[in-house]
Write a protein that binds this ligand. Structure first.
Ligand code: CDP
Ligand code: MG
Length: 146
């Protein structure tokens, strides 16, 4: 199976009407979108997704950020898509991210860093199972060179 990554467009992207802009940047990179939906995160799912930061002092702010509205979940597929999407997202802190990355181009605040991308192919598969049912993922051939 092709490598996949799980992306979340965080709630501020919806609030700021940047959904189309961010998706256009992902498409411009020529990653193949195989699933896409808007939904609210439950506290239980968020705690699971962010188990590695749940004990951090800033976690309550993350909870209020990630539950201030719906998120857009996207599964993208492609060669080295996990590293490629991390590169496109940029550093966790938008203020330190390279210009041209999504986080630098659309944010200046670590508290609102607009997008999640899986950090390893293995974690991507775990995150896909966390957020998507199998019948929500499309299988199709692209008529272009990927
Ligand atoms: O999202 P990424 O993989 O780049 O970073 P992470 O270390 O997995 O942290 C998850 C999320 O916690 C980040 O995307 C930020 O939204 C938030 N965070 C924060 O607000 N302040 C920090 N010092 C570290 C992370
Ligand atoms: Mg992470």
């Amino acid at each position: 199976m092709a490598e996949r990554s799980l992306l979340l467009l965080k709630p501020d992207v919806i609030h700021r009407s940047l959904v189309g802009t961010i998706i256009a940047r992902i498409e411009a990179r020529n990653f193949k979108i195989v699933a896409l939906k808007m939904f609210d995160l439950t506290r239980e799912t968020l705690d699971e997704h962010y188990a590695h930061i749940v004990a951090k002092h800033f976690y309550p702010e993350i909870v209020s950020y990630m539950t201030m509205g719906p998120v857009v979940g996207i599964i993208v597929e492609g060669k080295d898509v996990v590293a490629g999407m991390r590169q496109l997202c940029g550093a966790t802190n938008p203020a330190a991210a390279e210009m041209g990355t999504l986080r630098a181009d659309y944010s200046n605040n670590i508290g609102f860093n607009i997008i999640h991308g899986s950090d390893t192919p293995e974690n991507a598969e775990i995150e896909i199972l966390r957020f998507f049912d199998a019948d929500e993922v499309c299988s199709y051939e692209r008529k272009i060179i990927a």
